[in-house]
Design a protein around this ligand. Structure first.
Ligand code: UDP
Length: 245
């Protein structure tokens, strides 16, 4: 029997990659093998014709809130965090292009003209229509925010059908942290309200509220289980979904 070619359920998606996914098994920084792996997984869905936007975090390098606890001015610490996301974005771009042969553009919410384009919504959409992976760098360009909020916002702005939250070592939403509590239960469908009220630790509440107000479904899965992203995009029952259950 002939195997069927997989087809995507979605035309356009927004993938949120936290900085943690860039560090592999290291405590800090960037593991090129992890970035190559991620690029390979993204390529699989690009080959299906899916238009892919990616919001990249920076927590593997710097987190503003942690630095401000040490006494640094919060806004400054946050701008440094945004620059960390630019570094991750450039590395993802280079790896996608050089090792996975995927065409990309980095669009930054902070102007850094020598190394990225400025974020302009209509330009982002045009790149997506041309089949380029659009990497959104520098969050939303404002302190006191996170890249989770940026991912919700960009997903809505570019009219993405879903927001896909890539996790590392957790294959969906659990009733509590499965790495700490062996009795934690996996929840395959979760409502926005349940996620907010129970503090299910999927994303920060600003991001979650934005998704809820705009009725944007959120898919949560483990990126480091091979082919999971492909399966998810093809509509297979992988991970958990947060929406209007
Ligand atoms: N950040 C910010 N505004 C934004 C996005 C990010 O100030 O719109 C800063 C903030 O300090 C944050 C850091 O950038 O701690 C890295 O982003 P984030 O913590 O969201 O990365 P992740 O947890 O996804 O790795």
């Amino acid at each position: 029997m002939k195997s069927q070619t997989p087809t995507s359920k979605y035309k356009r998606i927004l993938l949120k990659l936290s900085g943690a996914s860039f560090k592999g098994d290291q405590d800090y920084g960037i593991d090129p093998r992890a970035v190559s792996y991620i690029s390979g997984e993204i390529k699989k869905i690009v080959q299906l014709g899916v238009e892919v936007g990616v919001v990249v975090g920076g927590g593997n390098i710097w987190r503003g809130s942690e630095a401000s606890v040490e006494g640094m001015e919060r806004a400054v610490a946050d701008y440094v965090g945004m620059l960390a996301t630019v570094m991750n974005s450039m590395i993802l771009q280079s790896t996608l292009e050089n090792f996975a042969d995927v065409d990309t553009r980095v669009l930054s919410a902070i102007d850094i003209r020598q190394i990225s384009e400025t974020y302009i919504r209509r330009r982002a959409i045009r790149h997506l229509e041309k089949g380029r992976v659009v990497i959104f760098a520098a969050g939303i360009g404002n302190p006191y925010m996170t890249t989770d909020t940026a991912s919700a916002l960009r997903a809505i702005e570019i009219d993405s059908q879903v927001l896909i939250m890539a996790k590392y070592n957790v294959d969906g939403v659990y009733s509590s942290d499965p790495n700490k509590n062996p009795d934690a239960k996996k929840l395959s469908h979760v409502s926005y309200m349940q996620a907010l009220n129970d503090g299910l630790n999927i994303m920060d509440s600003t991001a979650l509220s934005l998704c809820m107000e705009n009725n944007l479904p959120i898919l949560v899965f483990d990126l480091f289980v091979e082919d999971s992203l492909l399966k998810l995009v093809c509509g297979e029952d992988v991970g958990s979904i947060i929406g209007t259950v």
